[in-house]
Design a protein around this ligand. Structure first.
Ligand code: IDC
Length: 524
């Protein structure tokens, strides 16, 4: 081999190495891009056609993460949304969890496109400024593009149209170059429809209608209501007609729209006679599929509520009407509907002394106590106009866990007003129990209007020890409670075994593990 050949070979070898390195790099990046795309597709698929009730699972995983809210986040800081309600369609933007990836902050956002107009909207785009130098990580229920300073979000095929009074939720994760950059994101998401900025005014508010009172139904004698009559509050206690502390113990239905068959007199009678329950909670979802404020049939839902009230009254049981907000994280979202609903309920059941109103199940997400208070301070006077003393239960932030916040700053007209604490024993433990202790110690009347002994998803493991600890507290303070949920859905919190199709008269072996436990607990 002469010198020239040697040099040539060396040059060739170097070239080959360079090409190989280059190829490796290009392929690596491509693979990364593909992974990102697959990731995006995966998330999209997962949420594409949400089975009517899988949403909670996603939500709950966040709940578990945020279970112990960082102490240093003040209420005001937590809030980051642009509830710009001057237009009939608007976007509620909020930031959620954040974490570090390769030394850079990643923030997760949620944007709800609310359509409060009387028409469907199609071909929407949401634009948010403040993303210079940021990198899109992943997102769901939309297509995302950062161009210059602006993040643009356009729909997927399945949420291209947002129905009148409906909404759609998109979520995304953004990686910023540093902490300072995360602060530059605009709090205002601007909505475009058909290429133009949306500026239709909010439709005029409907006024509550005059509603006739429900006719009296006959109540059996010797029943809980017969013995204890009209309830009221004395300090933190519920007291009966004789002024004696009284504990309500019972069962919550599942969503009325999903499991309507369990609203029947025989079912309630079984719960009263075999389980010892004296209360039924009627859970009416407002925003999930079939919800009162979305695509639900309002008349049908009100008929189910009314049937529930009739059966409970005939059987001498107490009954809660529950405005079951969940996916609609703030009660302010559907406040107009709520005003009409509660005006109607208050008029209709004004003479029913066994009815209790729960005006918002579980505020969550970025909803603060001051949001809930604003809602409660509007709804309570509407109810009081027709019913001076019905017991009203107000939900609290973080899925009705933050009773401590309510205790610091109760609602304006607090007579006969209680506050909800909810727990799922396998997820919620000492930190929530201590909120209960704090709030109760401060004199707040508390009602456990919903709980179960499994995980917050309504499924998963049962934690009997944690359940016992919760019940020591419940009994120590004589708190009233309702166990979630009266259905045979295949999940741990359902009280009826999934193989049992009966809608009343359940025998021991037709109950789920939770059902058996709850029956024993109530009857003891
Ligand atoms: C769950 C139901 C589940 C349904 C889901 C809908 O158990 O079948 O798919 O709602 O999102 C709550 C809520 C309550 C939840 C329950 C369990 O008030 O609606 O029910 N839960 O996740 N708060 C904490 C837990």
């Amino acid at each position: 081999m002469n010198k020239t050949t040697k040099i040539l070979i060396a040059v060739l070898a170097v070239a080959v190495i360079i090409i190989a390195l280059l190829l490796g790099y290009i392929l690596g990046t491509k693979k990364k891009e593909n992974e990102d795309v697959t990731e995006a597709v995966k998330t999209t698929e997962a949420t594409e056609a949400p089975e009517k009730d899988t949403e909670k699972e996603t939500e709950v995983s966040t709940e578990e993460d945020t279970n112990e809210p960082e102490e240093d986040t003040t209420e005001a800081e937590k809030k980051n949304d642009s509830t710009d309600k001057k237009y009939a369609c608007y976007v509620k933007l909020s930031s959620g969890d954040s974490w570090e990836d390769g030394g850079k902050p990643v923030v997760q956002y949620s944007a709800d496109l609310m359509n409060k107009s009387k028409a469907d909207i199609s071909g929407w785009e949401i634009k948010i400024d403040g993303f210079t130098g940021a990198e899109f990580v992943s997102g769901w229920n939309g297509k995302f593009k950062i161009k210059g300073d602006t993040l643009s979000i356009t729909p997927e095929s399945y949420n291209e149209t947002v129905a009148a009074k409906g909404s759609t939720n998109v979520g995304f994760q953004i990686k910023f170059k540093d902490e300072a950059a995360t602060k530059k994101v605009s709090k205002n998401a601007v909505l475009f429809v058909g290429g133009k900025e949306y500026t239709e005014p909010m439709p005029e508010k409907e006024q509550p209608k005059e509603t006739p009172k429900k006719e009296k139904v006959e109540t059996e004698s010797g029943t809980p209501f017969d013995n204890h009559g009209k309830l009221s509050l004395k300090g933190t206690d519920i007291v009966d007609k004789n002024g004696k502390p009284y504990q309500l113990k019972g069962i919550s239905t599942h969503g009325l729209a999903w499991f309507p068959d369990y609203v029947n007199k025989e079912a309630f009678k079984t719960l009263r006679d075999d389980w010892g329950a004296n209360i039924i909670r009627l859970a009416m979802y407002t925003a999930e599929s079939g919800g009162y404020c979305t695509d639900g049939d309002q008349d049908k839902l009100k008929k189910l509520v009314d049937d529930g009230v009739t059966y409970a009254t005939e059987l001498g049981m107490y009954v809660i009407i529950d405005w079951h907000i969940l996916h609609d994280t703030s009660p302010l979202d559907n406040q107009d509907e709520a005003e009409l609903f509660w005006a109607e309920m208050a008029q209709k059941y004004a003479d029913y002394e066994n009815v209790i109103f729960e005006i918002c199940n579980e505020p969550n997400g970025s909803t603060t106590w001051s949001d809930v208070k604003e809602y409660a301070d509007t709804i309570i006077p509407i109810i009081r106009k027709y019913d001076k003393d019905v017991i009203i239960v107000v939900g609290t932030p973080t899925w009705s866990q933050d009773v401590d916040l309510a205790a610091k700053d109760p609602v304006k007209n607090s007579e006969n007003v209680m506050y909800a604490i909810h727990f799922y024993a396998a997820t919620h433990k000492d930190n929530i129990r201590s909120k209960l202790e704090t709030a109760h110690g401060a004199g707040l009347p508390i009602f456990v209007t919903e709980f179960s002994i499994c995980e917050a998803s309504g499924n998963g493991e049962i934690d009997y020890d944690s359940a016992d600890t919760w019940f020591e507290l419940i009994n120590k303070y004589n708190l009233s409670y309702c166990g979630w949920n009266l259905s045979n859905k295949d999940e741990a919190s359902s009280l009826i075994d999934s193989s049992c199709k009966k809608t009343s008269d359940w025998k021991e072996d037709e109950l789920s593990e939770t059902g058996k436990w709850l029956r024993d607990t109530i009857s003891n």
